[in-house]
Design a protein around this ligand. Structure first.
Ligand code: IVH
Length: 676
């Protein structure tokens, strides 16, 4: 049965419309339709195609997934070789490259280069004939690659047909397929949840996802592509320089790097390199350097290439983030909450400029999954400021007699049983404050700057105090006398006096600090502040039920349980009592009663230059219950107008809002604080 013309036209319109939205979303990063609106279009097209299968075209947006799994990848001969790049590892090597280019081109003046980040993924060549994607191939050895068309078709930023006009009849576009960091992390979290292995880094994840014989698996992986070059071109021309030719690709629906720039001479290259290096970890995808290419194609041609690398381009690489070293031992650390963390002790190795000797192994489950053993050669990775990690073992280098690492069943510090948490990931010592390791961590936390801020109570001292049996709980700290302190190792009379002073000074604190210092699980600074604010006193908080606790903002059932359990334990009650007896005290925090929030329900706006920092005034107003807003409206109660309050002042006058000058504000604060 012939398909009605109206249906054909509707299907064609839907296809165009969906392609256009894909382009706006993936290439221009500027969507003009909601996700659900987009889904609706796609579903309508799918319905039409199901009703009339002969409507389906290979480049229909519904046809991205759907190819059957392959038995093997076919081999593809590249019509133009896919080259690799020479490296410059420092400024001097980059300078050498620029000098060689100028010499060969017999130029005295600066060369114009196109500069791009060097993405860490895998190179791909897309072949479009009459605007249709007909083939996608990996680089392989540069002359022969693998055909991965069905997989590449599932990548949303790869158009199945080119948009716009002006593209050559045959055009091969080359670029990098990669996995953005967020997608990579989500994929690995999911793998962990399923007890699967996960990928060592985004590059492996991209390569592993693309080289799947079943395109449906590739389709579920968050892959993206950016284009940075060309292969064969026939039946048309492109612009005469790299930056301009690449610059046209977005019009045709292909993505390019938003960081593409034209730079002038060595100086321009260096400035670009420094800029990208600084922003490297904010880009959202991994790069291992930047690439500089002589911009003009005519100059590229006259430079030519040596072996497999062009003379007209270079990769200025960052120092490697991954290095190999030997794993000397696996130590177990017991944290404040009893969680046992395996830590790798490594033969010292320099990773991106920093000597690494320890790396976290996260938890027992991860250790098992990666099968990391003492004596192994391992890959260590340091990404930015992130704590170094052991990525994986190099299996070829494993000693013949190596044994699988066994987690002990008892705490290495106190011998109490280790207990697996519900998720089966974390092993926890059941010893509580009986365990010296937990005791030490609890004391360190108690004394830390944001808790009771006991200056001079360092790690070594805490170790000594616990190991000598002088201190078991925070309350014991306040029972120490100066003679005991002075008798400790490496403790002169002067430092003993200083520590004693610091201990005594620390007794005057605030309720939020005190609550935070107790080290209740899941109670960080902001939760401690919220609890103090809501209950006003320690006594009220200690008596609160789980239901009452859950009324507090950001306190869910888990936190409420931890808090209630903590205060119900006789041991903890004793410690608190002893601390109070030792003289710990704080000004009574604002109780929730409205009387103590005299500005409750008032909206205030600050404007102009004031004699105290705005944040300080704002905090004070909020403590008194006011809402501090950034803009004036009919609902504003007060405008505090400093010097040059400008347009807000005019608007407040217009709306009849009460205007306070700085003296007026201070008078208000003084009056309200008095009542407080
Ligand atoms: S140009 C003729 N540009 O780096 C030059 N390559 O080490 C061919 N790469 O195989 C490559 N970002 O996988 C070029 N902006 C970029 C790149 C880039 C990443 C990769 C590509 C290539 C490898 C060479």
């Amino acid at each position: 049965m012939p398909i009605p013309a109206a249906v054909q036209a509707r299907a064609a319109w839907l296809r165009d419309e969906i392609d256009r939205h894909n382009h706006r979303y993936y290439v221009l990063d500027d969507p003009t339709i909601s996700d659900s609106g987009y889904d609706q279009l796609l579903r309508e097209l799918q319905a039409l195609e199901t009703a009339h299968p002969s409507l389906i075209t290979p480049d229909s947006p519904t046809q991205r997934v759907g190819a059957a799994p392959l038995a093997a990848f076919a081999s593809v001969a590249h019509r133009l070789p896919m080259l690799s790049l020479g490296n410059a590892l420092d400024d001097a090597e980059l300078g050498e490259f620029d000098r060689r280019v100028r010499e060969r081109l017999e130029r005295d003046g600066p060369i114009v280069y196109a500069a791009e980040p060097k993405l860490d993924g895998l190179a791909i060549s897309l072949r479009y004939e009459s605007g249709r994607l007909v083939q996608a191939a990996t680089r392989g050895d540069g002359s022969q690659g693998e055909e991965v068309t069905a997989n590449v078709r599932t990548i949303p930023s790869v158009p199945l047909r080119l948009l716009g006009s002006g593209w050559p009849g045959v055009i091969e576009v080359r670029g990098e397929i990669y996995m953005p960091t967020a997608g990579f992390e989500a994929l690995n979290r999911e793998a962990e949840r399923l007890g699967e292995k996960g990928f060592a880094n985004p590059r492996n994840a991209a390569a592993g996802s693309l080289r799947q014989l079943d395109p449906r698996i590739t389709a579920r992986r968050p892959l993206a592509m950016v284009c940075y070059g060309f292969g064969e071109i026939e039946g048309g021309d492109i612009e005469p320089c790299h930056s301009a030719a690449i610059g046209r690709l977005p019009e045709w629906g292909l993505r390019i790097s938003p960081e593409l720039r034209r730079v002038e001479g060595l100086q321009g290259c260096q400035a670009y390199f420094n800029d990208i290096q600084q922003r490297r970890f904010q880009l959202g995808y991994e790069i291992d350097g930047v690439v500089f290419k002589v911009d003009e194609f005519a100059l590229q041609r006259s430079l030519g290439f040596v072996s497999r690398a062009p003379r007209w381009a270079i990769a200025r690489k960052f120092p490697a983030q991954e290095e190999m070293t030997e794993l000397l031992a696996i130590d177990l650390q017991v944290g404040r909450t009893g969680a046992v963390t395996p830590v790798a002790r490594l033969a010292p190795v320099n990773v991106a400029g920093v000597t690494v000797t320890n790396a976290t192994l996260h938890n027992a489950a991860e250790l098992r999954r990666k099968d990391i053993r003492v004596g192994d050669t391992v890959i260590v990775r340091r990404a930015g400021d992130v704590i170094p990690q052991v990525v994986r073992v190099v299996p070829e280098r494993r000693p013949a007699n190596s044994l699988e690492f066994q987690m002990p069943s008892d705490c290495p510090e106190c011998g109490s049983a280790l207990i697996q948490d519900e998720a089966g990931v974390v092993l926890r010592c059941s010893g509580g404050l009986y365990c010296p390791a937990q005791r030490k961590e609890a004391l360190r936390h108690f004394a830390s700057r944001r808790a009771l801020d006991i200056e001079g109570l360092g790690d070594k001292l805490v170790d000594q105090l616990v190991e000598s049996g002088l201190v078991a709980s925070p309350a014991d700290l306040y029972r120490l006398d100066r003679t005991q302190l002075a008798a400790l190792e490496r403790m002169g009379e002067k430092s003993a006096q200083n520590l004693w002073d610091a201990l005594h000074k620390s007794r005057a604190t605030t309720l939020p600090r005190f609550l935070y210092a107790l080290g209740i699980r899941e109670v960080g600074e902001s939760t401690a502040a919220a609890l103090a604010h809501e209950f006003g006193s320690l006594e009220a908080l200690m008596e609160a039920s789980e239901e009452q606790l859950q009324q507090v903002e950001d306190v869910g059932p888990v936190v409420a349980r931890h808090v209630a359990t903590f205060f119900r334990q006789p041991h903890n009650q004793e410690v608190i009592e002893a601390l109070m007896a030792a003289g710990l005290r704080w000004p009574n925090a604002a109780a929730p009663a409205a009387a103590l929030q005299p500005l409750k329900g008032k909206t205030m706006v600050l404007s102009g230059t004031l004699s105290r920092p705005r944040a300080e005034i704002k905090a004070e107003l909020q403590r008194l219950g006011a809402k501090v807003s950034g803009s004036i409206s009919g609902r504003t109660d007060y405008l505090v107008a400093g010097v040059e309050a400008g347009s807000k002042l005019a608007k407040a006058e217009q709306l009849g809002v009460t205007i306070l000058d700085e003296a007026g504000l201070e008078a208000l604060l003084a009056a309200e604080n008095e009542r407080d």
